[in-house]
Design a protein around this ligand. Sequence first.
Ligand code: PAF
Length: 293
Amino acid sequence: MDIAHTIAEARRFGAAARAAGRTVGLVPTMGALHEGHYSLIRRCRTECSCTIVSIFVNPAQFGPAEDFAGYPRPFDADTDACRRLGTDLLFAPESREMYPRDQLAWANVEKLTRHLCGTRRPDHYRGVCTVVLKLCNILTPARAYFGQKDAQQLAVIQRLAADLNLGVEIVPCPTVREPDGLALSSRNRYLSHDQRRQAPCLCRALFHARDLLGAGQTDSAAIIAAMTKLIQEQPQAQIDYISIVDRDLLQPIPRIDRPALIALAVHLGPARLIDNLPVDPPPAKTLEYCRDV
Ligand code: PAF
């Protein structure tokens, strides 16, 4: 496995791979890799003949009061994992390499970034879009792999790629969960033993919502109220938001009458955890027509 710390080296590697007729796949990460990331790398390896993993804790996507300084950076363990998984290039630039001066040009996706995590993290997706665009410009991958655990990020990047004609196929990959349902996240390592025990309340609330929908409940407010009740049973869980939005533009909908996303963010001690579930409206009831006229 090659390791590049500079943009020039990474560009050279990507260009040489393309010139050799290889299909370049990119797995963008912020490191602190876990099974969720590994699944993206494995998928990339099966679909592309050249796998590039980037590890970059992107300062532009953290708010001033967020965990940029304390974000875990286990670089040696991450390097070993990338090597073990058969990565061809690990691109791990420093902040000053990616942002050598005041950044004046930004990429952004409107509307989709307004709700859910965008409400309390106003510049977050602008930072994500900008760094993903930079990585695509540097490495020119044919495909880039993103987890469905951050459904809003995935939708935003799909729209970025489509609206700006990036020429990169964005490949969504399923959320990887612990046996008790907790979605894997680098931030799970912030949880104390007790908080970890409470953390599956996010997925339990989502699965409960799915059951309610299956039983015919389509009213968003009623579903959100039931989810809220379930999460509030955990002493340390502080709900940031629970929202039901349409899957296209991520706008809140009063009723699940089209493909929707149920998404939530919950603070548990130092960790802000997110999770989501895509759902479809229950099939319309078939009308019983009178046979005997
Ligand atoms: O999902 C992440 O880890 C980050 O938001 C990403 C896509 C690597 C951009 O920094």
